[in-house]
Structure formats: structure tokens, C-alpha cells
Design a protein around this ligand. Structure first.
Ligand SMILES: *Cc1c(COP(=O)(O)O)cnc(C)c1O
Length: 474
């Protein structure tokens, strides 16, 4: 590999921007609603507005909240507005973070440190559902907090029968999701919080994806279980502004019931030669543009705007659920009540990963989930316009896989099947690490990708191994 070189002479600004535009040619076509994850796009006018707000503060730095008073003011407003949306009380407080993962990592750090300080817990664990977002597993690894998993019931909800027994004196927190990412099911937060509170253990609700849409669905009349600060044992909530808040990327929140909890999140170093240092969250420099865009978008939307988006999203979700139920051999997984869902095959002869490949061949960009295997859809208001086209293509994709079941043993369907089902999980981990690391080789690697669009050699090798493994099992 050769490294790209810094140009000897600086280049023409217009030519550089043109080149940047060209880079996007192979990116997912999010503007026309053909991607079901990663981007929460409304329209170009909304993007322009968020960008205009972002630009005004793109050089501002939230590192020191006493320096850019503008940003602290925006942060306080955003936290206060979110506390209202999430039914907080007068003591609800929080911090603007750069994303859901930062919010989740912080909750684990906070509760680990709180347990260490107030209860001398030195070998911390946390009880989390098997469906918890992967950010929680990352936090577990980063901060040395052992995850104790709550399994799924046969209906793919979180099984809380063993929750009380999973909690011991080293348990620093219990997690519930509203909703969980893999299937969109809302965990039984009130029951979980009751059990945890009785044992004096704090409860975090991961509403990264639900925080800015479930409350508005409820205002629109949806019958949802309580999951927010109305539930007494809930001590903190994470909610992403850059998902259903429709803010620019780089904005999420972690809110706490009171400041005594939030204090354990903060970091102070008084002996640094660079000066006495205090920081509320993970990052040092904090991007001012993300504050401004989040603040501005919330002002522009208002309750009305978010309710309207929630209504359109619910319509799209209902259309998808009905269409999936009407397509033979498919079923929605679990009980999604929010803006996202996943569906699986109920027919052993219909491979769902092969269906995903056929959808991608028709220009849709979809995510796969595993155990049970399924196709995922993060639904936005804009998807209401494309559900008809999507469902028509889904019916075609199903027909194609039924006509040619061998599609399950080729391309990325085979690779995903292998990664989901080969019993040697350590082997999967090390293979994925190899493939992934290759993308970061100095000079750019071979352009590999976990999807079929990447370097064929690696994906083909995984696929071939899967077919061999499956045929050995008969
Ligand atoms: C998206 C998501 C996260 C992580 O958020 P990022 O902004 O992608 O870091 C955490 N939890 C849930 C439930 C999510 O859906």
C-alpha cells in the first residue's frame, strides 16, 4: 500500500469541494429513503437549516463550559427541553454528548464509580438484556464491568424472571431499553425498575433510539408502557438527538434524576501542569456546531413538528407490519411498538439473508440481525413514501429466493449465515477482526468491507467455509 501524500501546494477550493462531492457517489442513497439505518433524513431544506446552525458554531468549543457561554446556554436549554419530553422533575440534569455510544459508556462509568465510592464495589457487574445495544458490551469491555445477561423469552422479549437473582452486591446498574435496537421491543422497564430499586441498584434506560419519538407517539395516542422518569426506579436515560431528534450528527444526551448521580460522571484533575481541569463527559474538545444544530432543530420542530414526524413514522411502520404479515413465510420479530422493527423467515426453505441480498440487488440498503436471523428496518417519516415500493420488492425478493434456494449458499447470505451460526464464536471474532483491521491498514488497505461489495476474496472464503460447514452437518 502507498500512503496518500499531502499536496505540495494547496489546491483550488472549488476543485476540492467538487472532489468531495464525487466521493459520495457510492454512498447509500439516503435522500430517497432507500436506506433503513444510519441516516435520519427529512429533506434538503431541513439539512440546510441544521447546517446553517452548525456552521455558526463549528469553531466553538464546549470543552470548557465557562468559556463559550453560548454553548453552555444551548446545552442547558437542550437538557431542560429533553427533561420535559422524558417527564423529568425539577432536579433532572444532564450533559450533551457526541453520540449514543458516549452516553451509554458514561452511564457505565458513572455507576461503576458510584458503586466503588459509596459501596466499595471492586469487582463490578451490570445486568443487561441480551438485546442491549452493542455500545453496552463495548462499555463492559472498556470499563471492566462484567455483563450479566437477561435472556430472551420465546417471544423475543427480555426475560426478567431471573432479574432479582442476577443482582448481587457487586451489581452497579441494571439496564432496560426503550426500545432495544435489534427488534424495537420496549423492555418491561417498570417491573425491572421495581426489582432493582428494591435492591438499591440504579436503573438506566437506553432510549437512544426511542427518546425523541416514543413520547410523541404517546401524545398521538399510542398505548405504550411507562419507561421514562415517570417510573420511580429509573435513575438515568440516554436519548440521541441525532436519531429521531433529526439534529446533525454528533448529538446525544445523558440525563440523570439528580445531580448526586451526575457528579459521579465528572472528572476533575487538580494537579495537571496544564492547569486545573474539569470535564463532564468523555470528550475533551466538544464540537460547538453539534450543540447549535441540536438546539436550532428542537426550536424549529417544536412539539407539533415532532408529533407530525412521529405520526408519519407510525403510518410507515404499520404499513410495513401489514405488508410483512401479508407476505407468506415472514413474521415480525418480538413486539415492536416504536419506530423500528425486524422480521424473520418462518419457513425453513426461505433464507432471510438471501432475501436481504435480493433486496440489496434492487437498490435497498438493509441491515441484518441474527439469532433469530432477520432483516432490520429503522423507519423514519420519509419512509412512508417508499413502503409500497419496498414491500413490492420484498415480495419479489421472496419469490426469487423460493425459486432458487441455493441463493442462501452464495454471496453475502452465506457469509452472514456463517457469521451468525458457526459454533466457533472465537473464530468468527478473529476473522471479523482481521477483515475489519484490513480496512485500517496504513495506506487504506484493500478497500474491504463486511458486505459483499467489499473485496471478494475474504467474503468468498467465509462463504465457502459456511457451505462446507453446513454440508458436514447435513
Ligand atoms: C443507536 C443506539 C445506540 C448508540 O448510539 P450511537 O449514536 O450510534 O453511538 C445505543 N443504544 C441504542 C438502543 C441505539 O439504538
Amino acid at each position: 500500500m502507498t500512503h496518500a501524500r499531502l499536496p505540495d501546494q494547496g489546491r483550488d477550493a472549488a476543485a476540492i469541494l467538487d472532489e468531495l462531492d464525487g466521493f459520495a457517489a457510492e454512498d447509500p442513497a439516503y435522500r430517497d429513503g432507500r436506506i433503513w439505518s444510519l441516516v435520519y433524513h427529512l429533506d434538503d431544506a431541513h439539512d440546510d437549516f441544521a447546517h446553517a446552525a452548525y456552521r455558526r458554531y463549528s469553531s466553538a468549543n464546549g470543552l470548557n463550559p465557562a468559556a463559550f457561554r453560548s454553548l453552555k446556554r444551548m446545552e442547558t436549554d437542550i437538557v431542560s427541553m429533553a427533561a420535559g419530553i422524558l417527564r423529568g422533575g425539577p432536579d433532572t440534569c444532564g450533559v450533551l454528548t457526541a453520540g449514543g455510544t458516549e452516553s451509554c459508556l458514561l452511564a457505565v462509568k458513572t455507576y461503576r464509580d458510584m458503586a466503588r465510592k459509596t459501596r466499595r464495589v471492586s469487582r463490578p457487574n451490570m445486568v443487561i438484556p441480551a438485546t442491549a445495544h452493542v455500545a453496552w458490551f463495548k462499555a463492559a469491555e472498556y470499563f471492566g464491568v462484567k455483563p450479566r445477561l437477561l435472556p430472551m423469552t420465546a417471544g423475543h422479549a427480555t426475560d426478567i424472571v431471573k432479574l432479582a437473582r442476577r443482582i448481587d452486591r457487586n451489581t452497579v446498574m441494571v439496564l432496560g431499553s426503550a426500545p432495544e435496537y435489534p427488534h424495537g421491543t420496549i423492555d418491561p422497564i417498570a417491573e425491572m425498575a421495581g426489582i432493582a430499586a428494591a435492591k438499591g441498584v440504579p436503573v438506566h434506560v437506553d432510549a437512544c433510539v426511542g427518546g425523541f419519538i416514543l413520547p410523541f407517539m404517546e401524545m398521538n395516542g399510542a398505548d405504550l408502557p411507562d419507561w421514562d422518569f415517570r417510573v420511580p426506579g429509573v435513575t438515568s436515560i440516554s436519548a440521541d438527538l441525532h436519531k429521531y431528534g433529526y439534529a446533525a450528527k454528533g448529538a446525544s444526551l445523558i440525563l440523570y434524576r439528580d445531580l448526586d448521580l451526575l457528579k459521579h460522571q465528572m472528572f476533575v484533575h487538580q494537579d495537571w501542569p496544564g492547569g486545573v481541569f474539569a470535564s463532564p463527559a468523555l470528550l475533551g474538545t466538544r464540537p460547538g456546531g453539534a450543540y447549535a444544530a441540536a438546539w436550532a432543530v428542537m426550536q424549529k420542530m417544536g412539539t407539533d413538528g415532532y408529533r407530525d414526524l412521529a405520526r408519519r413514522t407510525s403510518e410507515a411502520v404499520e404499513a410495513l407490519k401489514a405488508g410483512i404479515a401479508a407476505t407468506g413465510g415472514l413474521a415480525v420479530i418480538g413486539n415492536p411498538q416504536g419506530p423500528l422493527l425486524a422480521y424473520r423467515s418462518t419457513d425453513p426453505d426461505l433464507n432471510i439473508f438471501a432475501v436481504a441480498d435480493r433486496l440489496e440487488a434492487r437498490g435497498w440498503s438493509v441491515n441484518r440481525v441474527q439469532n433469530p436471523d432477520g432483516i432490520h428496518a429503522m423507519v423514519t417519516a420519509r419512509h412512508r413514501e417508499v413502503t409500497g415500493a419496498y414491500l413490492a420488492d420484498l415480495a419479489q425478493a421472496v419469490a426469487e429466493v423460493r425459486a432458487d434456494p441455493a441463493l442462501a449458499d452464495s454471496g453475502s447470505a452465506a457469509a452472514y449465515g456463517m457469521m451468525a451460526h458457526v459454533p466457533l464464536r472465537g473464530m468468527v471474532k478473529s476473522r471479523v477482526l482481521d477483515i475489519f483491521a484490513e480496512m485500517y491498514r496504513a495506506g487504506g488497505g484493500g478497500g474491504v468491507d463486511l458486505h459483499a461489495g467489499g473485496e471478494p476474496g475474504l467474503i468468498d472464503r467465509i462463504a465457502t467455509r459456511y457451505v462446507r460447514w453446513k454440508s458436514r452437518r447435513g
